[in-house]
Design a protein around this ligand. Structure first.
Ligand code: SAM
Ligand code: SF4
Length: 317
């Protein structure tokens, strides 16, 4: 379906849980989230109904996210059923990777085609710091499991944080030489409750290129990242710039939260509930959400924070 700005909305990001087995400092508070009642969250049936409604409006691509989607008990079933909905051409998943050693093969068999794995640093102590206690070894085991399972594409996501991982740009980029993966650097977005970082932590992704003078531009592939490649690398470098050069004019996505709210814009306050609705009602609500997509998310700087009203783990990124 085409939105009022002429953008063709073909991509739905579904957060299946707000909960997580990590506590990344840019994403969620140290004490986690106030667990919502079970009956406030979408059931698997409602979730699949939402996918059917979305597919009837021209959504072809799904991304399953969270919180951490792999801690959801029925994650394999959700992926299998979502991938089987007529019209859905591609199911992708974003994960911190910790549970991929157990789940990579079942997810691949369930029809997940692509995996995005979050990896901000290659230093075990820094990994434990930024995730508030996570194990880098476990995340790297997850990456290996994803490589072994044979997904169509694996992308690594690093949130670029001044004073934390900007000194590791060459090492992270080097992963595209060692493995058939893309390495994407994402500007840190100032979310609702992002108290851990001062203004100096918010770097533009142009810093990445300053440290990779040998990187050559590649043709864009329709996604939001600007693409480059190191000579001889198997994968590409992607730069994602929601602050320094927003891509709202090309936005083709809608978001659905685990508690059943459609968000027309990641950084906007508007939410439309689909909890408890029939297929027909959900379809109407989706149309309403697409019609109310704003032209852009408004200025986003360390002092002009996101208007999302939620932390990232409650939206899905
Ligand atoms: N738990 C999964 C993971 O970490 O990949 C999926 C959910 S997480 C919210 C999705 C993505 O959002 C991750 O790549 C994470 O790095 C990114 N993210 C979270 N908070 C962010 C922020 N403030 N700015 C930029 N990216 C952020
Ligand atoms: Fe969890 Fe992902 Fe947020 Fe980290 S970025 S706290 S892994 S949801």
């Amino acid at each position: 379906m085409i939105d009022p700005m002429g953008r063709n909305i073909t991509y739905l990001r579904i957060s299946v849980t707000e909960l997580c087995n990590l506590r990344c400092r840019y994403c969620m508070p140290a004490d986690g989230v106030c667990k919502k009642r079970h009956d406030q969250m979408l059931t698997e049936e409602e979730l699949i109904r939402a996918v059917e409604a979305a597919a009837s409006l021209g959504i072809t691509k799904l991304r399953i996210t969270g919180g951490e989607p792999l801690i959801k008990k029925n994650i394999v079933s959700i992926c299998r059923r979502a991938a089987a909905v007529p019209g859905i051409g591609e199911v992708c998943l974003t994960t911190n990777g910790l549970l991929l050693p157990e789940l990579a093969v079942p997810l691949r068999e369930a029809g997940v085609r692509r995996i995005n794995l979050s990896l901000d640093t290659l230093d075990p102590e820094k990994y434990a710091y930024i995730t508030r206690g996570g194990s880098l070894e476990q995340a790297l085991a997850g990456l290996q499991a994803a490589l072994d399972a044979g997904f169509d594409k694996i992308k690594l996501n690093a949130v670029l944080i001044g004073g934390f991982n900007d000194g590791e740009i060459p090492q992270l980029a080097e992963l595209t030489r060692r493995f058939p993966v893309d390495m994407r650097f994402i500007e840190m977005m100032p979310m609702y409750d992002g108290g851990d970082f001062g203004p100096e932590a918010y770097l533009p992704v142009s810093r990445v290129l300053e440290q990779l003078p040998e990187a050559l531009p590649e043709t864009a592939d329709g996604g939001v990242a600007r693409l480059y490649r190191l000579p001889g690398a198997q994968g590409r470098i992607g730069l994602i710039s929601p602050l320094s050069d927003h891509f709202c004019g090309r936005c083709n996505r809608l978001r659905l939260t685990a508690d059943g709210r459609l968000k027309p814009c990641l950084h906007g306050p508007e939410e439309l509930s689909i909890k408890g609705l029939s297929l027909e009602e959900m379809t109407q609500r989706l149309q309403q959400a697409i019609r109310s997509k704003p032209a852009w998310h408004g200025e986003l700087t360390p002092s002009r924070r996101s208007q999302a009203g939620r932390n990232m783990n409650q939206i899905g990124g």
